[in-house]
Design a protein around this ligand. Sequence first.
Ligand code: ADP
Ligand code: MG
Length: 388
Amino acid sequence: MDKIKKIAPNSVNISKLKLTDFRNHSFTSIITDKKFIALVGKNGSGKTNIIEAISMFASGKGLRSAQLSEQSNINGNGGWSIFMEVKSSNGVTKLGTGIGSPQIIDGKARQCRIDGKFLKSPRQFSECIGIIWLTPQMDGLFIGQRTDRRKFFDKLVHLIEPGHEENIKSYERLIMQRNKVLMDADNKISWLDNLEKQISKLSVNIIISRDIAINQLNKIMDAEVKNNLFPSAKIIMREELGNINKRSSMIEIEAELQQLFYQSRVRDRESNRTSVGPHRTDFTLYYNKNNMYAENCSTGEQKNLLVSLILAEARVYQEINNGVSPVLLLDEITAHMDNDRVSNLFEQIGEIGSQTWLTGTSENLFDYIWDKTDIFNINKGKLSHRTP
Ligand SMILES: Nc1ncnc2c1ncn2[C@@H]1O[C@H](COP(=O)(O)OP(=O)(O)O)[C@@H](O)[C@H]1O
Ligand SMILES: [Mg+2]
């Protein structure tokens, strides 16, 4: 059964991937010109490790949020590296990241390069490639920690509004300073005023970026995308921003926020935290058909909602990047999904045109896309290409 027709013209595809001493892969090399790459093997064989390696080319610490030292092959010499070639209409770009053993011991950051040039941060990889993932660890996202949810949604926002994660980082640093100054016995009022002014400025940027990204995602999730079996939904933000009026001008919002932080000083000093602001925002999805928030939906429904969200994200990304689709990493996505949905998922991805890396324990999970798929069997960190 083959329903996939349209392939986006401007896709960005990983054509080569090399892992050296990354987790249980002493050396793994993949060369592909396919849209779908299926990594097949038993539990613990090293499938997720491969897509974790790709996720190191997104901002942050990758899909496991791991420490650099955890990622070094325990039988290696302490460091690790990942290299890939990305093919797009601009030709081939070489991306690399990694760290040596002495640097890990010294607590240094990993190195990141594009075509040999060093980057300040992995965030800059997003100029070459957009990466979106869905893993089984995210199954509990809607019922788990608010912080995890916020991080996840902020990542989605960042792919649509590129300065967002930088703003969040700076904002969080300032909030920590504010908490410290508040606790200081002879806290300097002028210092606090100044900090809250900066915090308010960044807050406005963060709030606006989130609003822009979420409006675009909601527009797509609300529209009936043709033949989409994944549910129509809406992202809901639960913000703790007092009564500020988000329709005001940026300068007015900034002033209102500054007032809000000022008013919460006494309370915040007592609780040793900042009780208001965009770092308190929570996100959820509202499932339109069931009139229900995601946290109250069944496990399967929650997964399908997440798939809706990821597909919408890919579509928005494509819209704002001249038709270039992001690379998708879908770990164990077909587990517990009915056949109709599996084939529909592949059909939707085919329309978007994203190169997609999939994992699974059996080859026949990928029957629907066998002719577009490179299958690699993995056993204890060793790969073999399955020739048809
Ligand atoms: N730093 C490391 N060095 C060597 N092996 C590792 C390292 N980190 C994890 N592993 C091993 O990798 C395997 C898990 O790989 P993973 O990719 O999660 O498997 P799966 O194929 O089930 O997705 C486990 O056997 C684990 O012990
Ligand atoms: Mg796995």
